[in-house]
Write a protein that binds this ligand. Sequence first.
Ligand code: GN1
Ligand code: MG
Length: 365
Amino acid sequence: MDQLLAVAQQFTLQGQVLDIREYGHGNVNDTFLVTVEGAAEPHFILQRLNPRVFRRPELVMGNLRIVSDHVARRLALAPKSGGRRFEVPRVLLARDGRDHIIDPGGSFWRALSFIEAAETFDTIKDTGHAREVGYALGRFHSLLSDLSPDHLSDTLPGFHLTPGYLAHYDEVLARHGARPSPEANYGLRFVAAHRAWAPILEDATAQGRLRQRPMHGDPKVNNVMLDTATGQAVGMVDLDTVKPGLVHYDIGDGLRSGCNPLGEETGDWEAVRFEPELCRAMLQGYLSLARDFLTETDYAYLYDAIRLLAFELGLRFFTDYLAGNVYFKARHPEHNLARALVQFKLTESIESQAAALGAIIRDPR
Ligand code: GN1
Ligand code: MG
């Protein structure tokens, strides 16, 4: 705690730190909410980046600053667009003027502004909430639609490239094997049955059908902040994965997260299903802004994106289980296996509703 306080004080240019508490449910970084007395803003977010995931944290900070500055410029031109405030976190500087500090143990810390009077949820409650979560991603993409991805660094090479995750899975399986269990066998069969289709978005990109844009990289439900009074989406947080990519990764990831009412941490994986009415509402919210920048070909890959991102996350969790839980924080040895089964069940549910989802994508009204 003393060390945490010392780090927090480095980012407190004015006032006194009153409280530091763990915040959110991130699977990768350590996140704290700091309360300050006597400063212009009463809270800020303090994070320790996970060095096993973010190998070049200074590049992560570079992307964050480019994106948040760009968004701030755009928002200044239309502050109340859509009749609401909208924010993304700003990078806060430390006392020495830098955008991070390295503690005596070598950890990389940075601070971000906190979006006040707003909250996040791990799962979607109803279609109104779904529309807002979709709107947030649409607003985020729209704010970045005039930023060239060439300005952003590739901070996570291979992130969301499913063929690469499959190659890694093959290596891990060859090295560690899989302890036999009905659940692990289901996972092995599931990957085997889906692997041929996994390069679909990468193939489309190589053919010039899809193009790179700035992406959020992790637009899950609990990265959208909703105004506590109105329930309107007022911010998009967790910008560490912002980098050049496909908006399809974001759309697929947002939908696989939002349309799973039991949530990605449920223990009841057999009951998991993809809820089409939540998908319709999320797409309504998203497309209310994204219609302006999506092409016909972009639409043609939306169904595949939803299916693929659920499969991909299942594959990532399953591989991490086989590797001994080295990437995602896990509370017990089978945690990542349970998470994988949730995503594989969700993929199955998406596949069983292919025709209905295709119709919703074509006309989400
Ligand atoms: C990780 O750390 P967190 O929870 O924001 C992961 C995402 C996954 C997500 C699943 C850098 O995000 O890709 O979708 O877990 N982030 C990284 O909950 O791998
Ligand atoms: Mg994240």
